[in-house]
Write a protein that binds this ligand. Structure first.
Ligand SMILES: C[S@@+](CC[C@H](N)C(=O)[O-])C[C@H]1O[C@@H](n2cnc3c(N)ncnc32)[C@H](O)[C@@H]1O
Length: 222
């Protein structure tokens, strides 16, 4: 069995246990500026009182930073019960109002036409059924709504990837671990063409994909 086939078996299981606490601490220590940047980008598309869904928030910092920017109704949905718990603790500590629920992107626990904006960062490559995930986003998105998927670009150069991984973790073992993790993640990440092919299989008709740093910013319009 190839390495990628081995990893794909575990898609959709989400992250649980001690790794969620490590991921939370690592994000809080090293990635808050990144989350603030994503939150600002999302906010630039929102009107006051907009309803926003973050799919697969992990420890929840993007949603939390977004809640600090404006008056929005924000929901975060993650498959991992441990992450949902961590999100709730983090939101309480930051004194912001975000609703976090457990759910699978392949069958989201929301009514049709609920959200003005859906954002999903560093998670799309983890989904077992990418076409179903986008179809579900279409279903729960309001007319004229926007989806923004931010994820690693499979075609990024390995040198840039390793440099970025080094920025996230500075100490010896953690740095080595992050570099190897980034290389594995890049193997399962999608290209611009992959995203276009996935979107073509859904009811969305318009998209715009930007290559930024090691990532793809995939904007999809309903
Ligand atoms: C690498 S973390 C990304 C977390 C966060 N968005 C970030 O930018 O750091 C991937 C997240 O996807 C979640 N996940 C994986 N499969 C999922 C699914 N089918 N539905 C919802 N969440 C899922 C995991 O539990 C985890 O929180």
């Amino acid at each position: 069995m190839s390495v990628m086939k081995f990893f794909r078996q575990f898609k959709d299981l989400g992250i649980t246990g001690p790794f969620t606490r490590w991921y939370d601490k690592n994000t809080r220590t090293n990635r808050i500026a990144e989350m603030q940047g994503y939150a600002k980008e999302v906010a630039s598309h929102l009107k006051d009182n907009a309803s926003v869904l973050e799919v697969a928030p992990g420890p929840g910092y993007l949603s939390i930073e977004l809640a600090k920017i404006g008056n929005y109704t924000i929901t975060g949905m993650d498959i991992s019960a441990d992450f949902v718990e961590i999100c709730r603790v983090n939101a309480k500590r930051e004194n912001v109002n975000v609703t976090f629920v457990q759910g699978n992107v392949s069958a989201m626990p929301f009514e049709d036409n609920t959200f003005d904006f859906i954002v999903c960062s560093a998670a799309f490559k983890n989904f077992k059924e990418p076409v179903v995930a986008i179809k579900e986003m279409y279903r729960v998105l309001k007319d004229n709504g926007i989806v923004l998927i931010i994820d690693m670009n499979h075609n990024v150069s390995k040198e840039i990837l390793i440099e970025e991984a080094g920025k996230i973790s500075k100490s010896g073992f953690e740095r080595w671990f992050m570099k190897n993790t980034f290389k594995q993640l890049c193997n399962s990440a999608y290209t611009r063409d992959d995203f276009e092919n996935i979107i073509k299989q859904t009811s969305f008709s318009k998209n715009d994909i930007k290559e930024i740093g090691i990532g793809l910013f995939v904007y999809i319009y309903k």
